[in-house]
Design a protein around this ligand. Structure first.
Ligand SMILES: *[C@@H]1O[C@H](CO)[C@@H](O)[C@H](O)[C@H]1NC(C)=O
Length: 319
């Protein structure tokens, strides 16, 4: 009787063995998983946004320029005159604005309906981007300034940045896009520029969710940015040269206290005559009394047009 039951017994015990091993394996898996991943509430590991390699690219790289050159060549493209042709109707900004005023769009709402389909109607002057011509250089120059400063300051998305005089956000947009929400701050006094920034640039670039802190205020009044915030990068692009030296020094004193020790940097473009007019030694002494030191002068080339800009770098002095 024992013999016939033996093969039967083996047949029964194999699935039982497999089942019990599986149960044990699952039990140990959950035991190990619960021991090895305690998920602490204050994890200092990098967030997915900062560790993603695409987020870390600050500047246009040589391989990017090669790629775009190849695309133009592969498509056989050459620069053409911008003249009237099928589907293309070249107009100046002034003509575009006139079209807006005269409602020449294909389909537009009229009467009562004209006021309830657009979330935040924008003035026509801003829609035709008149403000892109307000600051001298091509609008694209803002990208050059961003790329230089972001590399020079070793920017990360967690960095905090303050711009003195961000105008229409020609430079600031690029910082806002890269940085974490609320990490870009700016003081600007020109109201038209601020309207262009808030009503057109931020919405049209899809950057409202980045909640930049942009404050209308007179020169060098940083009281609205809070007393506790410390910046990794503070910069002024073609701003100090339009101010009296005395006011610049008032600002520099206030900014010194808001600059992070160590990695924090202040960058000033074009010239630092507010400093050099004092004479070299006096300038160094004055900076030292504010806890600052001059690091050096940089130039950087433009990606798109024949131009370079000069930047002067400062940091907190070590002692
Ligand atoms: C806009 O207003 C008109 C007229 O009052 C109304 O018929 C229409 O439903 C409204 N449209 C929206 C999107 O609210």
């Amino acid at each position: 009787m024992a013999h016939p039951s033996t093969p039967k017994g083996i047949v029964i015990t194999v699935p039982v063995l497999v089942l019990s091993l599986a149960v044990a394996a699952i039990f140990f898996f959950f035991l190990l998983a619960s021991l090895s991943s305690p998920t602490p509430p204050s994890c200092s590991c990098p967030t997915s946004s900062s560790s993603s390699p695409a987020q870390q690219i600050l500047s246009t790289r040589p391989q990017d320029v090669m790629w775009v050159r190849d695309q133009i060549q592969a498509n056989g493209l050459h620069m053409q005159d911008n003249v009237l042709r099928k589907g293309i109707n070249p107009r100046t900004r002034a003509q575009q604005l006139q079209d807006f005023i005269q409602y020449k769009g294909i389909s537009h709402y009229e009467g009562e309906e004209a006021n309830n389909h657009t979330a935040f109607p924008c003035p026509g002057e801003l829609l035709v981007e008149e403000h892109h011509s307000n600051y001298g250089e091509p609008w694209a120059g803002g990208r050059d300034v961003y790329e230089f400063l972001a590399e020079a300051a070793h920017l990360t998305p967690e960095s905090r940045v303050l711009e003195i005089g961000c105008g229409t956000l020609r430079v600031g947009l690029h910082f806002i896009r890269y940085l974490d929400p609320e990490h870009f701050h700016c003081l600007e006094r020109d109201e038209l520029s601020l309207m262009a920034a808030f009503r057109y640039e931020l919405p049209s670039q899809g950057l409202l969710h980045k909640r930049p802190l942009i404050v209308k205020g007179e020169d060098m009044d940083f009281s609205k940015f809070g007393s506790g915030v410390m910046y990794d990068l503070i910069y002024a692009s073609a701003v100090f040269l339009h101010m009296p030296d005395k006011l610049v020094w008032v600002g520099v004193e206030r900014l010194a206290a808001k600059l992070k020790q160590g990695e924090g940097r202040i960058f000033v473009s074009h010239n630092i005559k507010f400093c050099s007019r004092l004479g070299g030694d006096e300038c160094t002494k004055r900076l030292k009394s504010l806890g600052l030191e001059y690091v050096g002068k940089h130039t950087h080339d433009s990606l798109l047009f024949n131009h370079y800009e000069i930047w002067f770098e400062f940091r907190r002095s070590k002692s």
